[in-house]
Design a protein around this ligand. Structure first.
Ligand code: GLN
Length: 256
């Protein structure tokens, strides 16, 4: 166990559109709750990526900033070296696409990815995939159902060596026609789920932490459990949650 676990948040100004920086906060807090010192290292575009972090976190972003982030990352091999050295990576949506072999950017231009995940992302004529997602994780991961929301134009197809994070129950996920969501390559996890995904799915946070640090004592999360129940139910029964939402708004407006 290092004296202090360092979590790098890569390019928050480029890959921070969907609040995925919260994933770094969740990882750090779950360590502190276990009396393990943790720090979040913000890495801004143009700055060198530190080699010695234990976990690297990348979020979602719009097409142009995403292409810039990919260019920055391709200018060195630090992320690949860090993974070889035992680090873990969580990459959400634009982050997942950037870690694949190739992805389509603005105007259908194709950009090279980093090749840390065996997938590629293109655009189709379909509408943008937006909304709540529920995923059954691959059994060997030993995780409970995943909840999150998606907002993407990209369609990701997995290559022959790829293992998905899970199967879509509600929503689109990779949207490549095979019903999969996300992709896992050892300690590198890519997902389309925002939320932030680790706030909604603390077991996934602990999965990443243990992949780097070894077994950790369990934490009791009653509040998160009730939030998860509510989100999983809302995703499966959106029509039942609309009236509550509307009456919530009415109450709010009456009180103003
Ligand atoms: N720009 C990418 C797309 O639309 C990623 C979006 C995201 O990160 N939510 O597919």
């Amino acid at each position: 166990m290092p004296e202090r676990v360092a979590i790098a948040l890569l390019y928050p100004e480029l890959l921070g559109t969907y609040g995925d920086g919260g994933n770094a906060a969740v990882l750090a807090q779950r360590l502190r709750w276990r009396n393990i010192a943790a720090e979040i290292v913000d890495v801004h575009a143009g700055e060198p990526i530190p080699r010695s972090c234990q976990i690297y976190v990348m979020g979602g972003g719009e097409d142009a900033p995403q292409a810039l982030a990919a260019r920055e990352l391709r200018s060195g091999s630090i992320l690949a070296d860090a993974v070889d050295g035992g680090a873990a990576v969580l990459a959400v949506c634009a982050g997942l696409q950037v870690l694949g072999q190739r992805f389509a950017g603005e105007d259908g231009k194709t950009h090279d990815g980093l090749g840390l995940l065996d997938c590629e992302t293109h655009r189709d004529d379909g509408p943008r995939r937006v909304g709540e997602v529920v995923v059954t994780p691959e059994p060997e991961l030993g995780l409970s159902e995943l909840t999150g929301y998606e907002n993407h134009g990209g369609v990701t197809t997995l290559g022959p060596t790829a293992t998905p994070l899970g199967k879509v129950v509600v929503g689109n996920g990779n949207a490549g026609g095979d019903g999969t969501e996300g992709i896992v390559n050892g300690r590198v996890v890519g997902t389309y789920l925002h939320g932030p995904v680790l706030a909604r799915n603390p077991e996934l946070a602990d999965h990443l932490l243990t992949s780097v640090l070894g077994p950790l004592e369990p934490l009791d999360d009653p509040e998160v459990e009730s939030l998860r129940k509510e989100r999983l139910h809302a995703a499966r029964h959106p029509h039942m949650h609309m009236p509550q939402l509307r009456s919530g708004w009415r109450r709010l407006l009456r009180g103003s």
